[in-house]
Design a protein around this ligand. Structure first.
Ligand code: ADP
Ligand code: MG
Length: 320
């Protein structure tokens, strides 16, 4: 099968058709017509075999996750997903694999209203790069730089499950089948918090998505916002499965220093707390208040009133 046949068969008509796409796959460029008074939010993520995923990762899950991690970046800025391009490098053309991959990609693209408008197909070690484009009302994007002393710190969902899932895949953790499956599922199918991100636009002072672990990612907010923070580690949301599977010190280690949660971490000024409860309950996502922004530039972790040092599951993909 030739490259253009692969594109025709697996990538033309992938995702959600959109009226604002003037010209899609087939020409040298795609043409899209952005809405008036919107900024275009652009982000790109690459997943490389043996670095970001194991060779036996199901193709459908890889299709799903390649887009989900990009959508998570849009979510953290409060942007609405619109268009994407896909650069895919494959060692050979395996039609069954491509069919599964493209249906995983299609599933999440359709759900979030994203059209696949172009890309590149090459031969080489397996890797997937998606560039996502979203739209956000001018001046309304959430950034890492707006956190102020006294703002409350929140996270969506539960933390740590994905990193524990990765350890199961690596063979360093093992539980009963139902638990194994739950954690691996959270690792393969993170939920990008797209609606929550948009709901936070008028409320949050800063936001970031947690891809490299809570401690590392909040560090980016503190640096960009020139503030410090205190986190009460007992208030970090853990799934019931996490609490059941490992001792609390390990659970907190995964939650604080594991990676690939793709939950949102955001800060909210005191006067917006009421509005936040309403907005996020409409977005249908759980969230928890885990600390407060302070002066200075340090992150302090507190447990039972004492400084806390987490077990380090320092997230470095598979490295090397
Ligand atoms: P060019 O040589 O001009 O870069 P290509 O022959 O690589 O064009 O691609 C032909 C068309 O197919 C272009 O519109 C390109 O955007 C699209 N395309 C190529 N690979 C992919 C892919 N993996 N997914 C989606 N569209 C693709
Ligand atoms: Mg060309």
């Amino acid at each position: 099968m030739k490259e253009f046949k692969v594109i025709d068969r697996f990538f033309v008509n992938c995702g959600q058709p959109r009226r604002d796409v003037e010209l899609s796959i087939g020409d040298d460029c795609a043409l899209v017509n952005p809405a008036a008074h919107k900024s275009i939010a652009i982000s790109c993520d690459t997943l490389v075999e043996n670095i970001h995923f194991f060779p036996d990762m199901p193709a459908r899950a890889l299709g799903y996750k390649s887009l989900a991690v990009n959508l998570s970046d849009l979510a953290s800025m409060g942007a609405e997903p619109a268009w994407m391009t896909l650069a895919i490098t494959l060692p050979d053309i395996d039609e069954d694999w491509l069919s599964e991959f493209s249906s995983g990609l299609h599933q999440v693209a359709e759900y979030y209203g994203v059209a696949l408008v172009g890309g590149d197909t090459t031969r080489g070690p397996k890797s997937i790069t998606i560039t996502i484009n979203g739209q956000v009302p001018e001046g309304k994007a959430l950034t890492r730089s707006g956190a102020k002393n006294g703002d409350w710190i929140y996270v969506t969902g539960h933390l740590g499950d994905s990193a524990l899932g990765l350890d199961i895949l690596r063979g360093t953790q093992h539980f009963e089948p139902a638990l194994n499956e739950y954690f691996i599922e959270r690792h393969y199918h993170p939920t990008p918090r797209v609606l929550a991100g948009q709901a936070l636009r008028e409320l949050a002072s800063s936001a970031i998505d947690i891809s490299d672990g809570l401690v590392g990612d909040i560090g980016h907010v503190l640096k960009r916002s020139k503030v410090g923070a205190v986190i009460e580690v007992d208030t970090i949301p853990l799934s019931t499965q996490m609490r059941e599977a490992v001792p609390i010190e390990q659970a907190l280690g995964y939650a604080l220093t594991g990676g690939e949660d793709y939950e949102l971490l955001f800060t909210v000024p005191e006067f917006q707390r009421g509005a936040l409860e309403v907005a996020l309950s409409h977005a249908g996502v759980s969230f928890a208040k885990i600390g407060q922004i302070s002066t200075g530039d340090k992150l302090r972790l507190i447990k039972d009133g004492e400084p806390y040092t987490p077990m380090n599951f320092g997230f470095e993909h598979f490295k090397s």
